[in-house]
Design a protein around this ligand. Structure first.
Ligand code: AMP
Ligand code: DBH
Length: 570
């Protein structure tokens, strides 16, 4: 296994194989097999492009061969930061074909996160868009290289105009002239007519690294194996009832774990269906795509669901023909029962709640569940072998029906983060259960209701923010003596972030402080929504000050009604 990763104990691995969960298929073999079965069916629609399974397979061949000629080798880590364009699939499956490991960055990530990902994985290459949504990712890549001294290669994916790819959504500008920069078009030319390298990937080994929302100063990396991930994909596709007629819309960044595997694009490919990529989650874009492509399944986070509901109920999009929509999946953050009930009433489709984590465990409400279960729970685990413990602060299981922290272990839940022994000692029990940090209650049917959180994290409408990470950036400002970042309730996003700052001398201006954070290359969703200056922090009891107690005390001391909603969806 990749160095720095924690394998399942042999007896568990043997059990998961014997049960038929781990089948020994690699991500690359998965695509080959699907391309054989569904060759001429449409796999991907994005912008003006439409690729069949055979197209995707041929593109993966060329990308693999081209990347190999560029010097990317089996086992190399390659950071992939691409928006919702079809090239994501070409690059990612090209890397799988080559035996290299994608490391997924979100389009929202900036210098701080991308530099960390590149350094933490010793990445051999970085794949970025050109200019997308007004942001120049080539500039970001150049800054990351200047800062970290790596990665050696940058591939700029998107239309260079040679074959019209995504020219309408991604502009990579003039052919990259910078040293070490290569356009994806050039990679394709390098790979043209070459045999793709023979893959030697071990299905029990790590296929890619996914980013955790995190609770600490730096985001943690999640190693997922071919065996474990593809099990979750196949089982998810079955639970969600996907077929070759499925037309799936992802309104989320496609490299997020939810639209990747729950059942996500991989589940759709498993079933032979079609993935439609939404460039943004707005009702105007997405309801239009649903109508135009007769979308059957869509996946969103709660704030996006609320926007769609309001757009349709409010009449702005009441004339849209959404009759093809079979199910709206909502997950990533708690979706309240009242909003949940509006989904079938307003959109005329079924709701499925999804409570998952990139670390593994995914819970779904099932199509056959009673309405009340679908409206009021976050689903039940995929697998009969997902082991669930709901424990109190003492670590002992709480009585059935009471809330406690969710611990889990199973055939697709990791046993450790990448290269993080100290953090792993806290995040996992000695017998290998992942401490999710989620407070849940279990119903008699085994469904889980998310009641709150025991971990230091802000869930900003499905985008996870680790307070400590933001605090560390604030503390770097000379005018900041101390800082604590706290979740405040918000009607649309569920939570927003408020930074409490004890200034050093004259307080810096709020705007200046936020500009300072942006200047440090932090993703926009991590920039606090509010800044409050306070003279001192409340004392949180004797002895060592716990940051968590401090954040709790600030939350209690400053609790006030949330401001009126506005600008939601960010
Ligand atoms: P991550 O570990 O960064 O992949 O984020 C996963 C976390 O998102 C979970 O541990 C939960 O805290 C949160 N989450 C995901 N889906 C839901 C949901 N349906 N309801 C409540 N919280 C959720
Ligand atoms: O929030 C998540 O990380 C998430 C939500 C739903 C997830 O990873 C998933 C489904 O697989």
């Amino acid at each position: 296994m990749l160095a720095g990763c924690t394998p399942w104990p042999p007896e568990f691995a043997a059990r998961y194989r014997a049960a038929g969960y781990w089948t020994g298929e690699t991500m690359d073999a998965f695509l080959r097999d699907r391309a054989r079965r569904f060759a001429e069916r449409t796999a991907v629609v994005g912008g003006t492009q439409r690729w069949t399974y055979a197209d995707l397979d041929a593109r993966a061949d060329r990308a693999a061969a081209g990347l190999a000629r560029l010097g990317v080798a089996p086992g190399d880590r390659v950071v992939v930061q691409l928006p919702n364009v079809p090239e994501v699939f070409e690059v990612v499956f090209g890397l799988f074909r080559l035996g290299a490991l994608p490391v997924y960055a979100l389009p929202a990530h900036r210098r701080s996160e991308v530099a960390h990902l590149c350094a933490a994985t010793d990445a051999a290459a970085l794949v970025v868009a050109g200019v997308h949504a007004g942001f120049d990712y080539r500039e970001l890549a150049a800054q990351v290289r200047a800062e970290t001294g790596g990665p050696a290669r940058v591939v700029v994916a998107g239309g260079t105009g040679d074959d019209g790819d995504s020219g309408d959504t991604v502009d990579s500008g003039a052919p990259a002239e910078r040293d070490g920069f290569t356009s994806l078009a050039q990679v394709r030319r390098l790979g043209e007519g070459q045999a793709p390298p023979a893959t030697a990937a071990d299905p029990a080994d790590v296929a890619f690294l996914q980013l955790s929302g995190g609770t600490t100063g730096l985001p943690k990396l999640i190693p997922r194996t071919h065996d474990d991930y593809l099990y979750s994909v196949r089982a998810s596709a079955e639970i969600c009832g996907l077929t070759p007629d499925t037309v799936y819309l992802s309104a989320l960044p496609i490299v997020h774990n939810f639209p990747m595997s729950s059942p996500g694009f991989l589940g759709v490919f498993h079933a032979g269906g079609t993935v439609v990529l939404a460039p943004d989650p707005s009702p105007a874009t997405c309801l239009g795509l649903i109508e135009a492509h007769r979308v059957t399944d869509a996946a969103v986070v709660p704030p996006v669901a609320l926007l769609w509901l309001d757009a349709v109920a409010g009449g702005a999009h009441a004339d849209r023909d959404l009759s093809s929509l079979r199910v709206l999946q909502v997950g990533g953050a708690k979706f309240g029962a009242e909003a949940a009930r509006r989904v079938p009433a307003v959109l005329g489709c079924a709701l499925q709640q999804v409570f998952g984590m990139a670390e593994g465990l995914v819970n779904y409400t099932r199509p056959e569940d009673p309405d009340e279960t679908v409206f009021t729970t976050q689903g039940r685990p995929i697998s009969a072998d997902d082991e669930i413990r709901v424990v109190g602060p003492d670590g002992a299981e709480v009585p059935e029906g009471e809330a406690g922290e969710l611990l889990t272990r199973g055939p697709y839940t990791i046993r450790g983060y990448y290269n993080a022994p100290e953090h792993n000692a806290l995040a996992f029990t000695p017998d290998g259960f992942y401490r999710t940090g989620d407070l849940v209650r279990r119903t008699p049917t085994g469904h889980l209701v998310v009641e709150g959180r025991a971990k230091d994290q802000i869930n900003r409408g499905g985008e996870k923010v680790a307070p400590e990470e933001v605090e560390n950036h604030l503390l770097a400002h000379p005018g900041v003596h101390d800082a604590a970042v706290v979740a405040v309730p918000d009607p649309y996003l569920g939570e927003r972030a408020c930074a409490y700052v004890v200034p050093r001398g004259t307080p810096p201006g709020r705007g200046e402080l936020l500009a300072f954070l942006r200047g440090r290359g932090l993703a926009a969703y991590k920039i606090p929504d509010r800044v409050e200056f306070v003279a001192a922090f409340p004392a949180t009891g004797v002895g060592k000050t716990s940051r968590r107690d401090l954040r709790e005390a600030l939350r209690a001391a400053h609790a006030r009604p949330a401001p009126a909603p506005g600008g939601a969806g960010g």
